[in-house]
Design a binder for this molecule. Structure first.
Ligand code: AMP
Length: 184
């Protein structure tokens, strides 16, 4: 099972990703987590990524695509993966198509939808370093401009699932699993 999940910051991607990855027994690969790990380790990639991620900007594609390509070569992805936070632009989606092993494809793309007012409420209480109000607003704007067009990219391919991300964790998980199963 090869899945993608995207949604604005605060949409509950992280929470649902863990549950869904466990349900399908596939690795959860979060590019945000990978970048944070590189930054913690002060690796050359981490040093490059730090100034972008702290400002809430996207890390350049050359760096990001290479990091994802390398991760998808790990043997644990053989039977699938849940990719969280990548692609984040239609251009990255094209890059992903080229990285996918021959004969494999993405089964479903989860588009987490949460009203902006609710996002601001959730993010202002989360307390992560990139959760300052100014940075939050920038991240939401970048999401709107660069990532939202991904929905049409995958809707055209017939694999997009719109998920309404307000409600109990269980009810959102059920929407996701029912949606994935309806595409099988
Ligand atoms: P996240 O935890 O998914 O919100 O990611 C945290 C930060 O990592 C983002 O604000 C970006 O700076 C960077 N990042 C994560 N994924 C990507 C991506 N696909 N392309 C560019 N930058 C990314």
């Amino acid at each position: 099972m090869r899945l993608l999940i995207f949604g604005p910051p605060g949409a509950g991607k992280g929470t649902q990703s863990l549950i869904i990855a466990k349900h399908y027994n596939i690795p959860h690969i979060s590019t945000g987590d990978l970048f944070r790990e590189h930054i913690r380790n002060d690796s050359p990639l981490g040093i490059e990524a730090k100034r972008y991620s702290e400002a809430g900007e996207l890390v350049p594609d050359t760096v990001t695509n290479e990091m994802v390509r390398t991760r998808l070569l790990e043997p644990d992805t053989e039977h699938g993966f849940l990719l969280d936070g990548f692609p984040r632009t239609p251009k990255q989606a094209e890059a992903l198509e080229i990285m996918m092993p021959d004969g494999t494809s993405i089964h479903a793309v989860l588009n987490m939808l949460v009203p902006e007012e609710e996002l601001l409420k959730r993010l202002s209480t989360r307390g992560r370093q990139d959760d300052e109000l100014e940075t939050i607003r920038r991240r939401l704007r970048i999401y709107h401009d660069k990532t939202e067009p991904l929905a049409e990219y995958y809707r055209d391919r017939g694999i997009l699932l719109d998920i309404h991300g307000v409600g109990t964790i269980e009810s959102i998980t059920k929407q996701i699993i029912d949606g994935i199963e309806s595409l099988r």
